[in-house]
Design a protein around this ligand. Structure first.
Ligand SMILES: Cc1ncc(COP(=O)(O)O)c(C=O)c1O
Length: 362
């Protein structure tokens, strides 16, 4: 058979394993009333202000989006006290991860991440013909010293997820500052803060405050989690103006669609939805922790809206049993953690159903 020709690195890629959609599970199993606690989504739904903005914008879909994202970037600029030329929008922060790689890393060059972490960094680096070094977490935390030791002359990008998916652990301000000082100025540090708004611990590093601590720091954030806009695909990033300028040259002209821009602009004003979300997550975590303690299962306390639970009998088996009961969680084999499952906080009744199903299934 003729060899199929693809870019170097593509042959070895595996498609990203997303959380199973509820509709798919119900179709396959012929069941109803399932719940999904697998993709770290907002259990409350979508910011009502965002929903209204989407409705208002629906009749204008004949027009291309504002390619400069002026209104949303202006709102972000006000909120974070940064000029417009230091802000970029993305089709989800996933696109900004890809843009980081496509802008700063050439074929054969090198990137570093702590592992386990979000699977998309390695996928993007490999797809672009780069090489990723994964530095194992130390006691479930990013090993920043280990990452510094892994730097080579051809290292171009370091990915740091803070707090980290899937461990939920967060790096402190001082530790991050020290790390940034030691990374050479020409290496891009991509600091992915998809879950930063959920942090409750004091003293956790905030990328926006650290932006001037490293001349090639790029901070990525998203509207998918706190604002409940995962389905629309909208993320944003902050960096030095020179970095944003190069990324703007690489990105597609209309990468952030107009509904997403309108929704995100409105969502930034939705203080009520934000505080309800944070409260739901805080109370939900407390409930889930208590339930697991009663069952006697170990878990990793988290700074996010999801966390890892240790299941010595195997996460995949438990995942499948829970699935048959209509409860979708995440097996962690693809993260190299076969003894764990990852669960995100749901509504109170969903959390109760999770704990009760878990008791039954175990
Ligand atoms: C660590 C991390 N970064 C980025 C993303 C991507 O988010 P977005 O929906 O903005 O593409 C996720 C989504 O699960 C994530 O867990």
């Amino acid at each position: 058979m003729r060899r199929k020709r693809v870019r170097e690195g593509v042959e070895g890629l595996i498609p990203y394993p997303p959380g199973k959609p509820i509709e798919e599970l119900e179709r396959e199993m012929g069941i109803r009333g399932s719940i999904k606690l697998a993709s770290n989504e907002n259990p409350l739904g979508t910011s009502p202000l965002a929903v209204q903005a989407i409705k208002d914008h629906l009749v204008r879909l004949n027009r291309y989006p504002d390619g400069s994202g002026y209104y949303l970037k202006s709102k972000l600029s006000e909120k974070y006290h940064l000029p417009l030329d230091r802000i970029i929008l993305g089709n989800g922060s996933n696109e900004l991860i890809e843009l980081t790689v496509r802008t700063f890393l050439s074929e054969g060059e090198h990137a570093i991440q702590g592992f386990p972490t979000f699977l998309v960094y390695e996928k993007m680096v490999t797809a672009a013909g780069g090489r990723m070094t994964s530095v194992p977490l130390s006691d479930s935390r990013m090993d920043l010293k280990g990452i510094l030791n892994a730097i080579r002359p051809e290292t171009r990008v370091i990915f740091i997820n803070n707090p980290n998916n899937p461990t939920g652990s967060a790096i402190g301000r001082e530790e991050m500052l020290q790390f940034l000082k030691e990374v050479s100025e020409d290496i891009v540090v991509a600091l992915d803060e998809a879950y930063i708004e959920f942090v409750t611990e004091e003293g956790v590093a905030d990328g926006v405050e650290l932006l001037d601590a490293h001349p090639s720091l790029f901070v990525l954030r998203t509207f998918s989690k706190l604002y409940g806009l995962a389905g629309l695909r909208i993320g944003y990033g902050f960096g030095q103006a020179w970095m944003i300028d190069y990324m703007n040259r690489v990105r597609q002209p209309f990468n952030a669609n107009s509904l997403a821009q309108a929704a995100a602009t409105a969502a930034l004003d939705d203080d009520r939805f934000v505080s309800e979300t944070l409260e739901t997550v805080r109370d939900g975590l407390a409930y889930l922790y208590r339930g697991l303690e009663e069952i006697g299962l170990e878990y990793l306390p988290t700074q996010t809206n999801f966390f890892l639970i240790k299941v010595p009998a195997g996460g995949k088996k438990l995942y499948e049993s829970m699935l048959r009961q209509g409860v979708i969680i995440r097996a962690m084999d693809s993260y190299g953690l076969p003894e764990y499952i990852r669960v995100c906080v749901g509504l109170p009744e969903e959390n109760r159903r999770f704990i009760e199903t878990l008791k039954r299934v175990l």
